[in-house]
Design a protein around this ligand. Structure first.
Ligand SMILES: CC[C@H](C(=O)O)C(=O)SCCNC(=O)CCNC(=O)[C@H](O)C(C)(C)COP(=O)(O)OP(=O)(O)OC[C@H]1O[C@@H](n2cnc3c(N)ncnc32)[C@H](O)[C@@H]1OP(=O)(O)O
Ligand SMILES: [Co+2]
Length: 140
């Protein structure tokens, strides 16, 4: 089940400038910056009430963000929803005919397992599903 609009991902060419701009706009400092090597992105997260803004800059020519910014202006890149069971949601979406961009959930930013739905099957919007990774403390 989708439980929350988790974050809005914004593609930016200059992360430092965008971070300064959004800190002023939102009236708050980011709570996290994180490099996600698997996606070749640097991310900056802001908490806004119950939602988040994720700023993303590509760190390689192959990065999805770099490629996006080659064709589209900086701005909204994706919308991310929190789910309680990402595997079940992936199976449900496949049954519904949505095209998923990854076979299995993968490690995303901000302590999440993530997957993506192809924008072509989601009305032109890149959709991300995120499930919070709960630390397994049973061995402590
Ligand atoms: C995971 C870390 C972090 C987190 O929150 O945890 C992130 O959010 S990382 C975010 C960056 N990573 C991704 O976006 C991974 C998933 N994305 C992809 O696999 C690609 O970007 C893909 C397949 C969406 C597009 O790939 P590519 O750019 O190589 O293909 P095209 O340029 O041919 O695009 C195909 C078609 O889709 C349209 N498109 C591309 N990106 C977007 C977008 N963000 N929103 C809406 N539409 C998009 C593009 O315009 C093409 O349409 P067409 O009509 O054919 O021009
Ligand atoms: Co995201």
């Amino acid at each position: 089940m989708l439980t929350n609009l988790e974050h809005l991902g914004l593609a930016v060419p200059d992360l430092a400038a965008a971070t300064a701009l959004y800190a002023k706009l939102l009236g708050t400092e980011p709570y996290k910056t994180e490099h996600v090597a698997s996606e070749a992105v640097d991310t900056v997260f802001f908490q806004v009430g119950g939602s988040k803004i994720e700023l993303l800059a590509g760190t390689s020519p192959e990065s999805a963000i770099t490629r996006f910014l080659e064709k589209k202006p900086a701005g909204i890149h994706h919308v991310a929803f929190e789910v309680d069971d990402i595997e079940a949601e992936m199976a449900r979406l496949r049954t519904e005919g949505f095209v998923l961009l990854n076979e299995a959930p993968k490690r995303g930013a901000d302590n999440k397992l993530v997957c993506f739905v192809h924008p072509k099957s989601a009305g032109g919007v890149l959709v991300e599903l995120c499930q919070t990774i709960i630390a397994d403390l049973t061995n402590f």
